[in-house]
Design a protein around this ligand. Structure first.
Ligand SMILES: Nc1nc2c(ncn2[C@@H]2O[C@H](COP(=O)(O)OP(=O)(O)OP(=O)(O)O)[C@@H](O)[C@H]2O)c(=O)[nH]1
Ligand SMILES: [Mg+2]
Length: 167
Protein backbone atom coordinates (compact mmCIF):
# COMPACT_ATOMS: atom_id res chain seq x y z
CA UNK A 1 0.00 0.00 0.00
CA UNK A 2 2.86 2.41 0.75
CA UNK A 3 4.45 3.85 -2.35
CA UNK A 4 8.19 3.61 -2.95
CA UNK A 5 8.95 7.12 -1.84
CA UNK A 6 7.13 6.58 1.44
CA UNK A 7 8.95 3.27 1.93
CA UNK A 8 12.28 5.00 1.38
CA UNK A 9 11.40 7.78 3.83
CA UNK A 10 10.33 5.20 6.35
CA UNK A 11 13.71 3.45 6.14
CA UNK A 12 15.48 6.78 6.67
CA UNK A 13 13.34 7.61 9.67
CA UNK A 14 13.98 4.16 11.11
CA UNK A 15 17.73 4.72 10.77
CA UNK A 16 17.48 8.13 12.41
CA UNK A 17 15.47 6.75 15.32
CA UNK A 18 17.98 3.92 15.70
CA UNK A 19 20.80 6.48 15.99
CA UNK A 20 18.74 8.49 18.45
CA UNK A 21 18.20 5.34 20.51
CA UNK A 22 21.97 4.70 20.63
CA UNK A 23 22.53 8.32 21.64
CA UNK A 24 20.08 8.11 24.55
CA UNK A 25 21.92 4.97 25.70
CA UNK A 26 25.31 6.63 25.31
CA UNK A 27 24.31 9.58 27.50
CA UNK A 28 22.67 7.22 30.00
CA UNK A 29 19.21 8.84 29.95
CA UNK A 30 16.99 5.95 30.97
CA UNK A 31 13.66 7.67 30.49
CA UNK A 32 14.50 8.81 26.96
CA UNK A 33 15.93 5.38 26.17
CA UNK A 34 12.60 3.81 27.15
CA UNK A 35 10.55 6.34 25.14
CA UNK A 36 12.67 6.06 22.01
CA UNK A 37 12.85 2.26 22.41
CA UNK A 38 9.07 2.07 22.44
CA UNK A 39 8.91 4.31 19.39
CA UNK A 40 11.35 2.01 17.59
CA UNK A 41 9.26 -1.05 18.38
CA UNK A 42 6.13 0.60 17.10
CA UNK A 43 7.67 1.81 13.86
CA UNK A 44 7.74 -1.64 12.31
CA UNK A 45 4.14 -2.31 13.27
CA UNK A 46 1.34 -1.51 10.84
CA UNK A 47 -0.26 1.93 11.05
CA UNK A 48 -2.94 1.86 13.69
CA UNK A 49 -6.18 3.27 12.63
CA UNK A 50 -8.91 3.76 15.29
CA UNK A 51 -12.58 4.36 14.49
CA UNK A 52 -14.81 5.89 17.14
CA UNK A 53 -18.33 7.29 17.26
CA UNK A 54 -21.76 6.66 18.70
CA UNK A 55 -23.85 3.51 18.41
CA UNK A 56 -24.98 2.89 14.81
CA UNK A 57 -23.21 5.95 13.43
CA UNK A 58 -21.90 3.69 10.66
CA UNK A 59 -18.35 3.09 11.93
CA UNK A 60 -17.99 -0.47 10.68
CA UNK A 61 -19.60 0.42 7.33
CA UNK A 62 -17.14 3.30 7.01
CA UNK A 63 -14.15 1.00 7.50
CA UNK A 64 -15.49 -1.43 4.91
CA UNK A 65 -16.19 1.34 2.39
CA UNK A 66 -12.75 2.84 2.88
CA UNK A 67 -10.94 -0.46 2.44
CA UNK A 68 -13.33 -1.64 -0.27
CA UNK A 69 -13.81 -4.97 1.45
CA UNK A 70 -15.99 -6.52 4.15
CA UNK A 71 -13.58 -6.42 7.06
CA UNK A 72 -16.01 -5.43 9.82
CA UNK A 73 -19.43 -6.87 10.62
CA UNK A 74 -22.25 -4.42 9.91
CA UNK A 75 -25.90 -4.64 11.02
CA UNK A 76 -28.95 -2.54 11.83
CA UNK A 77 -28.91 -3.80 15.45
CA UNK A 78 -25.98 -3.01 17.80
CA UNK A 79 -23.22 -5.04 16.26
CA UNK A 80 -19.76 -4.19 17.43
CA UNK A 81 -20.08 -5.18 21.09
CA UNK A 82 -16.40 -5.00 22.03
CA UNK A 83 -13.34 -3.19 20.83
CA UNK A 84 -12.06 -5.19 17.87
CA UNK A 85 -8.50 -4.97 16.78
CA UNK A 86 -8.35 -6.30 13.26
CA UNK A 87 -4.95 -7.61 12.27
CA UNK A 88 -3.33 -9.64 9.53
CA UNK A 89 -3.25 -13.35 10.30
CA UNK A 90 -3.79 -16.71 8.74
CA UNK A 91 -5.94 -18.74 9.29
CA UNK A 92 -8.78 -16.36 10.22
CA UNK A 93 -9.45 -16.47 13.94
CA UNK A 94 -10.89 -14.45 16.79
CA UNK A 95 -9.03 -14.22 20.08
CA UNK A 96 -10.96 -12.89 23.07
CA UNK A 97 -8.44 -10.89 25.09
CA UNK A 98 -10.86 -9.64 27.76
CA UNK A 99 -14.58 -8.80 27.93
CA UNK A 100 -13.91 -5.51 26.16
CA UNK A 101 -11.34 -6.52 23.58
CA UNK A 102 -11.17 -9.04 20.74
CA UNK A 103 -8.37 -9.52 18.27
CA UNK A 104 -9.62 -10.61 14.89
CA UNK A 105 -7.05 -12.07 12.52
CA UNK A 106 -7.92 -12.07 8.83
CA UNK A 107 -5.81 -12.95 5.78
CA UNK A 108 -6.60 -9.66 3.98
CA UNK A 109 -3.51 -8.10 2.36
CA UNK A 110 -4.41 -4.57 3.36
CA UNK A 111 -4.01 -5.57 7.01
CA UNK A 112 -0.28 -6.09 6.50
CA UNK A 113 0.03 -2.31 6.35
CA UNK A 114 -2.74 -1.08 8.60
CA UNK A 115 -4.25 -2.45 11.77
CA UNK A 116 -7.80 -1.32 12.36
CA UNK A 117 -9.42 -0.80 15.72
CA UNK A 118 -13.21 -0.86 15.36
CA UNK A 119 -14.92 0.28 18.53
CA UNK A 120 -18.42 -0.23 19.87
CA UNK A 121 -20.82 2.68 19.97
CA UNK A 122 -20.24 4.22 23.37
CA UNK A 123 -23.26 6.42 24.08
CA UNK A 124 -23.47 5.33 27.67
CA UNK A 125 -20.73 3.05 28.89
CA UNK A 126 -17.94 5.07 30.43
CA UNK A 127 -15.72 2.08 31.10
CA UNK A 128 -15.38 1.53 27.39
CA UNK A 129 -14.53 5.16 26.82
CA UNK A 130 -11.62 4.62 29.13
CA UNK A 131 -10.51 1.41 27.50
CA UNK A 132 -10.48 3.18 24.14
CA UNK A 133 -8.91 6.43 25.24
CA UNK A 134 -6.24 4.84 27.43
CA UNK A 135 -5.61 1.65 25.51
CA UNK A 136 -5.73 2.74 21.90
CA UNK A 137 -5.75 6.49 21.35
CA UNK A 138 -2.18 7.08 22.63
CA UNK A 139 -0.78 4.35 20.38
CA UNK A 140 -2.81 5.25 17.31
CA UNK A 141 -1.57 6.87 14.13
CA UNK A 142 -4.98 8.04 12.99
CA UNK A 143 -8.29 8.44 14.82
CA UNK A 144 -11.48 8.88 12.83
CA UNK A 145 -14.64 10.04 14.53
CA UNK A 146 -17.81 9.05 12.70
CA UNK A 147 -20.94 11.19 13.08
CA UNK A 148 -24.31 10.04 11.89
CA UNK A 149 -25.06 12.08 8.76
CA UNK A 150 -28.78 12.38 9.57
CA UNK A 151 -28.06 14.11 12.86
CA UNK A 152 -24.50 15.26 13.44
CA UNK A 153 -25.62 17.74 16.12
CA UNK A 154 -26.49 15.33 18.93
CA UNK A 155 -24.92 16.61 22.15
CA UNK A 156 -23.80 13.16 23.30
CA UNK A 157 -21.75 12.72 20.11
CA UNK A 158 -20.00 16.05 20.68
CA UNK A 159 -19.38 15.27 24.35
CA UNK A 160 -17.74 12.02 23.29
CA UNK A 161 -15.77 13.84 20.60
CA UNK A 162 -14.47 16.35 23.16
CA UNK A 163 -13.50 13.51 25.46
CA UNK A 164 -11.46 11.77 22.76
CA UNK A 165 -10.02 15.03 21.46
CA UNK A 166 -8.95 16.17 24.92
CA UNK A 167 -7.07 12.96 25.41
N1 LIG B 1 -28.28 5.12 4.74
C1 LIG B 1 -27.09 4.81 5.21
N2 LIG B 1 -27.01 3.75 6.03
C2 LIG B 1 -25.81 3.44 6.52
C3 LIG B 1 -24.61 4.19 6.22
N3 LIG B 1 -23.59 3.63 6.90
C4 LIG B 1 -24.09 2.60 7.57
N4 LIG B 1 -25.41 2.47 7.35
C5 LIG B 1 -26.32 1.46 7.93
O1 LIG B 1 -26.43 1.73 9.33
C6 LIG B 1 -26.48 0.52 10.09
C7 LIG B 1 -25.36 0.51 11.11
O2 LIG B 1 -24.09 0.45 10.46
P1 LIG B 1 -22.78 -0.10 11.18
O3 LIG B 1 -21.66 0.13 10.24
O4 LIG B 1 -22.98 -1.47 11.74
O5 LIG B 1 -22.68 0.94 12.38
P2 LIG B 1 -21.68 0.92 13.63
O6 LIG B 1 -21.43 2.34 14.01
O7 LIG B 1 -20.49 0.07 13.34
O8 LIG B 1 -22.62 0.21 14.72
P3 LIG B 1 -22.19 -0.44 16.13
O9 LIG B 1 -20.92 -1.20 15.87
O10 LIG B 1 -23.32 -1.36 16.49
O11 LIG B 1 -22.04 0.70 17.07
C8 LIG B 1 -26.38 -0.63 9.09
O12 LIG B 1 -27.68 -1.10 8.82
C9 LIG B 1 -25.74 0.05 7.86
O13 LIG B 1 -26.12 -0.62 6.66
C10 LIG B 1 -24.74 5.30 5.33
O14 LIG B 1 -23.78 6.00 5.00
N5 LIG B 1 -26.00 5.56 4.87
MG1 LIG C 1 -19.69 -1.49 14.37
Amino acid sequence: MLNQRTQALRVRVEDAVKDLHSLTQAIGHQELTATVGELRNRMSEPYMFVIVGEVKAGKSSFVNALLEQEICAVAPQPMTDTIQQILFGEPPQTVVVNPYLKKIFLPADILRDIAIVDTPGTNSIVERHQEITEGFIPASDLVIFVFEAKNPYRQSAWDFFEFIHAD
